[in-house]
Ligand binder design. Structure first.
Ligand code: K1U
Ligand code: ZN
Length: 173
């Protein structure tokens, strides 16, 4: 397993709509292992393939809360929201591609999602709480959408400028 480099906003790859996974093979299973390791190392509760420069519809998540909780890693290939609740909830979201920046985003409280698992079998599950927020945030990544796209333009610009500065500093080493 390898810890992959996480792209930092702004990056054109984070704005692209990604391609469906054509077949669930060993390359995809290796990528899933690497994405989970990268997510746990960051640390984060989710990660989408384009964040590690793989332009595929694939996400990983583990929103098991407490520090000593049993890990609940999930890999979702070609995930699709098939139902959303009318009820909406607000969560102070972060993003591994926008480090140290948080903002309130409103999304459906519950969603039902269909996806392929690592055996290529179709799965369907209803998510609520942090899992629902996270799965919607990750599926947005597959459509080139970031949580800052839900914010007012001025706030979005402010965060983008901070990230441009951070990337200049990182490049200087
Ligand atoms: O997609 C990502 O960039 C990962 C992101 C997922 C996410 C966080 C909050 C709301 C929705 C989606 C993160 O994991 S940011 C880091 C984070 O939230 C966290 C890190 C360590 C412990 C607990 C949370
Ligand atoms: Zn993110």
């Amino acid at each position: 397993m390898t810890i992959r480099n996480i792209l930092i906003h702004p990056d054109p790859r984070l704005k692209k709509v990604t391609d469906p996974v054509a077949s669930v093979d060993d390359n995809i299973r290796r990528l899933a292992d690497d994405m989970l390791e990268t997510m746990y190392d960051a640390p984060g509760i989710g990660l989408a393939a384009p964040q590690v420069a793989q332009m595929l519809r694939m996400i990983v998540m583990d929103c098991a809360k407490e520090d000593d909780a049993t890990p609940e890693p999930m890999v979702l290939i070609n995930p699709q929201v098939v139902w959303s609740s009318d009820a909406r909830s607000v969560y102070d979201e972060g993003c591994l591609s926008i480090p140290d920046q948080y903002a309130e985003v409103e999304r459906p409280t519950e969603v039902e999602v269909e996806w392929l698992n690592l055996d290529g079998k179709t799965q369907r599950e209803k998510f609520d709480g942090l899992w629902a927020t996270c799965v919607q945030h990750e599926i947005d990544h597959l459509d080139g959408k970031l949580f800052i796209d839900y914010l007012k333009p001025l706030k979005r610009q402010m965060i983008t400028r901070k990230m441009q500065k951070l990337k200049r500093e990182m490049a200087r080493g």
